[in-house]
Design a binder for this molecule. Structure first.
Ligand SMILES: Nc1ncnc2c1ncn2[C@@H]1O[C@H](COP(=O)(O)OP(=O)(O)OP(=O)(O)O)[C@@H](O)[C@H]1O
Ligand SMILES: O=P(O)(O)OC[C@@]1(O)O[C@H](CO)[C@@H](O)[C@@H]1O
Length: 319
């Protein structure tokens, strides 16, 4: 029997994307169009995996009416889900797309506050059931009330059960998560730079930083570089992917689509080169869609040829 991928979103959101022609700071801005999508990093990964016909289950926490909207949406997409109800309300994250500049500005709410009872319900089921999944994806910010080392705890439990984990977080939860040695991580370049407190100017510097994480035991580091593409690094290989230039409509969920495509490639035993091609294309296809809509398998397959891929050889001074 094939085991499902489990995605975890502890601070999900309804993403409200509004389109304005121009943005006047301190003035009245009329909204031309708006849309609502189920959001949060793990949820976006689940949406893509479902589109890719991978068996996926979404877990997390939610609250209030918006939480019901979120779980109903997941169910209507055919994604089995289990979200422990916290007190309060699931957040709305506002994404403002300005047509004139073609830029999206994100305003993310902090979300609900979690009490110990909710957290222990979640942890108990995770402990009991984690051995029944193929892989766990942990993504996004932590709501108030959850200790910053919570991803670390979950990764430790998964590691003990022999289940691979993919971590996509930032700040303290990323730092602690790394301590538990996840199987794979997907920082964007800003998250990687803030982790090391350094800025990286070249691909070689990024690869060197990724290998400083790989020596800790992480198998797979995927660094996303927005419109510049990505670099996938393992102990023995480094592959660079660069998409053809596009005019993005919303890059929200592009990183999550990349994570989902990486998992698709891992589960199908594809090479690192193929994983670089697939994951970069998935991110780019999602960036071409408005709001938090994600790529489908057919759309990604159609565009696989439009990304440039090359290998970056190890230099004598790299680890
Ligand atoms: N402007 C763009 N043009 C082409 N491809 C893009 C663009 N932005 C993102 N992508 C694709 O999506 C991938 C992930 O993007 P990005 O680095 O922005 O992730 P992220 O910061 O984690 O995003 P998010 O957290 O919003 O999901 C990139 O590696 C690239 O392949
Ligand atoms: O506030 P967090 O948890 O860091 O990020 C949440 C979020 O911005 O990430 C997703 C895109 O990756 C969106 O669907 C969602 O609104």
């Amino acid at each position: 029997m094939k085991l499902p991928v489990l995605t975890i979103t502890l601070n999900p959101a309804l993403d409200k994307t509004v389109t304005v022609e121009d943005f006047v700071l301190g003035g009245l801005n009329r909204i031309k169009e708006w849309r609502m999508d189920a959001g949060g990093k793990g949820i976006n990964v689940a949406k893509v995996l479902k589109n890719f016909s991978i068996d996926v289950t979404a877990w997390g926490l939610c609250a209030g009416r918006q939480g019901n909207v979120l779980t109903d949406t997941l169910s209507s997409l055919g994604i089995p889900n289990w979200f422990v109800q916290a007190k309060g309300e699931t957040r709305t994250n506002l994404k403002v797309y300005v047509e004139h500049t073609r830029e999206t500005t994100e305003l993310n709410e902090p979300g609900f506050t979690v009490d110990e009872d909710v957290l222990s319900q979640f942890l108990d089921r995770f402990r009991n059931d984690v051995s029944h999944v193929a892989l766990v994806v942990l993504g996004g910010s932590l709501p108030k009330g959850i200790p910053s080392d919570f991803y670390k705890t979950l990764i430790q439990i998964a590691n003990e059960a022999g289940v691979r984990t993919v971590l996509d977080a930032d700040g303290e939860s990323f730092v602690h998560g790394i301590e538990a040695v996840p199987y794979a991580i997907k920082p964007n370049i800003h998250e990687l730079e803030s982790f090391f407190g350094e800025s990286f100017r070249t691909d070689e510097e990024i690869i060197d930083a990724a290998r400083r994480l790989i020596v800790k035991g992480i198998a797979y580091v995927a660094v996303s570089l927005g419109g510049e593409g990505s670099i996938l690094v393992t102990k023995t290989e480094a592959i660079r992917a660069k998409p053809a230039p596009i005019t993005p409509l919303s890059t929200v969920g592009a990183g999550d689509s990349m994570v989902a495509a990486l998992i698709y490639c891992m589960l199908h035993g594809m090479s690192l080169e193929e994983a670089a091609r697939w994951s970069s294309t998935a991110g780019t296809v999602t960036a071409l869609k408005p709001g938090t809509q994600v790529c489908t398998l057919a759309e990604v397959e159609e565009k696989l040829g439009s990304v440039n891929i090359w290998s970056i050889p190890k230099t004598t001074n790299s680890n």
